[in-house]
Design a protein around this ligand. Structure first.
Ligand code: URP
Ligand code: ZN
Ligand code: ZN
Length: 472
């Protein structure tokens, strides 16, 4: 690959706004400066554009088996959709089957991700704690997977007991891994789900009513307490509610190394959306909550109480009975219809990897809730730091990978599942107005999105072995 110079853009990082040219040599940024000599470099004029570091979405589930089906975006379609939304790195979760070796699970996920179109890394779900599993943690870290997700919910599937979480966190400290927490109260959920089913309360809204916010708040506090007891850092994923935010905020005020992530769906949607005739489209865990929770999470972003906006992209079709083109064949990927008449059978998860940056720019920066620098921190820099990818990823600086998004802050679009690239038949934001979108996206110096044109390729995404991260 040759040399590329992007002229006249405004370089936007988590801390700076600089009118500058960016010289790319091969896969990396060589120089950021004024009136750079181009020589034989290809010249791109970015007048009126912002230059952002490629987005990092640290929370995706591609090709994930669930409820007898599989999430509809795989490690190619999901990556392509991510790129169209300005994201050039994703961190996907590797599930662990009961008793399965973490390294064997990782190998399986590496095979699935061979079709990657953008750069990627993994977190491991740690859902089976035994001597063997804990002994694998140093090997997992050596393989570049330096974070594990622990669950206080999904009883009899992924949930760990408190003692197991304690042991897992202690092993994480020893080997330099970052524990991540899915915080809900699994026992309360089981009881409430049983009662709802017995009472014939089967509509999608009962998915939310049986997974109360107090359970999330309590489990967040519990996770923080266990982490503090063993001296572990903690990253709380997909936070939805005031109580969880208070727990993280209070921990940070006490100087504990705790970080919090929310996702766009928790900033906009409520249980009212689950009551719509097509409410199954909003079924995810933890569930969407109330308008008050939405507002407080926005405040959390504004005031820096939350550090990362991921997506928890785990797409399903609303009507998965209709065949789609899949690797040269027509196939149907069952989706939300599996739970028609029984909310417990609706596959949990939402699309969003393509929407994240455009939605957060439009409704965050555009409406004065967060600054452009906060936007970069929340969508890229903080995740790079927390997960050990900085400064190779997460910023625009000499030596960094040339993952550059030429962002047009004036582009206006209407969100449309038909026009978007996520492999599903709906979009949560269908019909919403967007102002601000990627014009061109570069992955390690290679143009992969040019307006509406896809120039990327299956297999060009690279696995990113990670170091231990830092607290942001
Ligand atoms: O509903 C969701 N979020 N599905 C993905 C699994 C998880 O807990 O993140
Ligand atoms: Zn989760
Ligand atoms: Zn998730």
């Amino acid at each position: 690959m040759g040399r590329l110079i992007i002229r006249n853009g405004i370089v936007l990082t988590a801390s700076d706004t600089i009118a500058a040219d960016v010289l790319v040599e091969g896969e990396r940024i060589a120089v950021i400066g004024q009136r750079l000599q181009a020589g034989d470099a290809q010249e791109i004029d970015a007048t009126g554009m912002l230059l952002l570091p490629g987005g990092i979405d640290p929370h995706t589930h591609f090709d994930l088996p669930m409820f007898g089906t599989v999430s509809s975006d795989d490690h190619y379609t999901g990556h392509k959709a991510a790129a169209f939304g300005g994201t050039t790195t994703v961190l996907d979760f590797v599930p662990q089957d009961p008793g399965q070796s973490l390294l064997a699970a990782l190998e399986g996920w590496q095979r699935k991700a061979a079709k990657a179109a953008i750069d990627y890394s993994f977190h491991s779900n740690l859902t089976w704690v035994g001597e063997k599993t804990l002994a694998e943690l140093p090997k997992l870290a050596s393989a570049g997977v330096t974070s594990v997700k622990l669950f206080t919910a999904y009883n009899k599937r992924m949930r760990l007991q408190d003692g197991e979480i304690f042991l897992a966190m202690r092993a994480c400290v020893e080997h330099g891994l970052l524990p991540m927490l899915h915080a809900e109260n699994g026992d309360v959920i089981d009881i409430m789900v049983g009662e709802a089913l017995a009472a014939g309360r089967l509509a999608p809204e009962w998915h939310a009513f049986t997974r109360p916010a107090w359970g999330e708040a309590e489990a967040t506090y519990r996770g923080i307490a266990l982490a503090a007891t063993v001296g572990a850092p903690l990253y709380v994923v997909h936070m939805t509610c005031v109580g969880a935010l208070e727990a993280v905020c209070r921990a940070r005020e006490q100087g504990l190394p705790v970080m919090g992530e929310t996702c766009p769906q928790y900033l906009f949607f409520t249980t009212d959306d689950l009551r719509r005739p097509d409410g199954a489209k909003w079924v995810c865990s933890p569930p969407v909550r109330t308008a008050y929770d939405n507002a407080v999470l926005w405040r959390g972003l504004e005031l820096g109480w939350l550090q990362v906006v991921g997506t928890d992209h785990c797409a399903f079709f609303y009507d998965g009975t209709r065949p789609i083109d899949y690797e040269g064949k027509k196939v149907a990927i069952p989706g939300k219809e599996l739970g028609h008449g029984d909310f417990t059978k609706i596959p949990n998860g939402l699309p969003g990897v393509e929407d994240r940056m455009q939605i957060l720019w439009t409704y965050g920066v555009g409406q004065g809730r967060i600054t452009p620098h906060q936007f970069v921190a929340l969508t890229s820099t903080n995740a790079a730091k927390a997960f050990g990818l900085y400064p190779q990823k997460g910023t625009l600086a000499p030596g960094a990978d040339a993952d550059i998004v030429i962002w047009n802050p004036t582009t206006r679009r209407t969100v449309s599942a038909a026009r978007w690239h996520q492999r599903t038949d709906y979009n949560l934001y269908e019909g919403w107005q967007i102002t601000g979108a990627p014009e061109q996206v570069y992955l390690r110096g290679r143009l992969i999105v040019d307006g509406d044109t896809w120039l990327g390729a299956s297999g060009q995404g690279r696995f990113l072995p990670r170091r231990s991260g830092t607290i942001v």
